[in-house]
Design a protein around this ligand. Structure first.
Ligand code: HEC
Length: 153
């Protein structure tokens, strides 16, 4: 495929995908459109466009990802999980993407007193990316959330 054609295909793909972007987001999400595009380019290959995950590659985050915000240690886990910590995005873009992601995929479990991630917080957490311990930590945190009655919907 020649370059101009590929360019046109990419623009067309982006334009049609942009039309599917969720129309609104809380005010603390500085740029929902950009957050969504960053999700598309950096995360959905594993997590899928609707956050449903893919077998053996990434867990579903739809309907669960904000549960982590309700248990001690969960917030740190979210900033240190490899897909987040090692993403190519800058801290400000990554923080905005995270804040958008909680709302987009699991607004049911967002704590009433949710404090959006700042670029500084994400920047600090991602300096200590999790490795093999991510998976057992994930299971323990979700268990804690379910035991403490962070109700699913
Ligand atoms: C290569 C596949 C892959 C990519 C790309 C990826 N992730 Fe993940 N993600 C995972 C896996 C696997 C886990 C489960 C924890 C672990 O074992 O690393 C996970 C866990 C998470 C979690 C913690 C919630 C949970 O249920 O464990 C969040 C939040 C998350 N990813 C967000 C993102 C974001 C945001 C991006 C893009 C910047 C991204 N991920 C890119 C594979 C991926």
């Amino acid at each position: 495929m020649s370059r101009p054609v590929l360019g046109a295909v990419l623009i067309a793909a982006f334009t049609s995908a942009a039309a599917q972007s969720p129309p609104d987001a809380p005010a603390y999400v500085l740029n929902p459109q950009r957050a969504w595009q960053n999700w598309t380019l950096n995360c959905q290959g594993c997590h899928r466009p609707d956050g449903a995950g893919s077998d053996g590659t990434a867990p579903s985050i739809a309907g669960t990802v904000s549960k982590f915000l309700n248990v001690p240690g969960g917030r740190d886990y979210l900033g240190r999980v490899p897909g987040v910590a090692t993403s190519p995005l800058g801290n400000a873009d990554l923080a905005d993407l995270m804040n958008w992601m909680f709302w987009r995929f699991d607004k049911e479990h967002l704590p009433a007193d949710f404090e959006p991630f700042s670029a500084e917080e994400i920047g600090r957490l991602r300096t200590q990316p999790l490795r093999l311990e991510a998976s057992p930590m994930r299971a323990a945190l979700l268990k804690k959330a379910d035991e403490s009655g962070v109700s699913g919907k």
